[in-house]
Design a binder for this molecule. Structure first.
Ligand SMILES: Nc1nc2c(ncn2[C@@H]2O[C@H](COP(=O)(O)OP(=O)(O)OP(=O)(O)O)[C@@H](O)[C@H]2O)c(=O)[nH]1
Ligand SMILES: [Mg+2]
Length: 171
């Protein structure tokens, strides 16, 4: 196998404000980069997150989007050329309209996507209340702080995406 045989994937993470997108990318790639601003005692993504994962002959570039609705322009740019998407949902709050909108948009665009139900390790979280809410999409229960679990779920999803030796042209 040569470098040219490597599969390259661009995966983009969507989800509402505070769903855990940045946390997930930091967990998957501790050297990932993040453009954030201080916000209500924490941080919020104002541009993007970027991480890299190498697994055998698969190189994944993973992008996080801002969850605040006013950053739609940033989501549009980051979305270009994606091979697949992850919709991250915080199960400690009720399903919101923006998350539904993201789910519908991905479905309409026929982008392969998987739903990660996040923060499942928190006491009282009830992920089962969310499982039927996303049509035929696959749903995984995770904690964005659990590396082994998130890496397993990511690589399982990546394996369902059509292999593209030499990568897709991200146009
Ligand atoms: N307990 C727990 N907390 C989490 C988990 N994932 C994220 N958080 C917390 O949730 C808060 C928001 O996480 P972020 O990763 O910044 O969320 P985000 O989706 O990137 O938010 P925006 O960029 O503002 O849209 C932080 O305080 C995280 O520590 C999780 O799986 N479990
Ligand atoms: Mg973020």
């Amino acid at each position: 196998m040569t470098m040219a045989d490597e599969t390259k994937l661009k995966i983009v993470i969507f989800g509402a404000f505070g769903a855990g997108k940045t946390t997930l990318i930091k967990t998957l790639d501790p050297e990932s980069k993040h453009v954030e601003a201080n916000c209500a005692g924490g941080t919020t993504t104002v541009a993007l997150d970027f991480g890299r994962i190498q697994s055998y002959a698969c190189r994944i570039h993973i992008y996080g989007t801002p969850g605040q609705e006013r950053f739609e322009f940033a989501r549009e740019i980051i979305t270009k050329g994606m091979d697949g998407a992850i919709l991250l949902v915080d199960v400690t709050s009720p399903l919101d309209g923006f998350t539904r909108h993201l789910s519908n948009t991905l479905q309409d665009a026929k982008v392969p996507f998987v739903v990660f139900l996040n923060k499942c390790e928190i006491d009282g979280a009830n992920p089962d209340a969310f499982t039927g809410q996303f049509g035929l999409s696959e749903v995984r229960k995770v904690s964005a702080k659990d590396k082994e679990q998130c890496m397993g779920a990511l690589l399982q999803f990546a394996g369902t995406l059509a292999p593209r030796p030499n990568g897709r042209n991200h146009t």
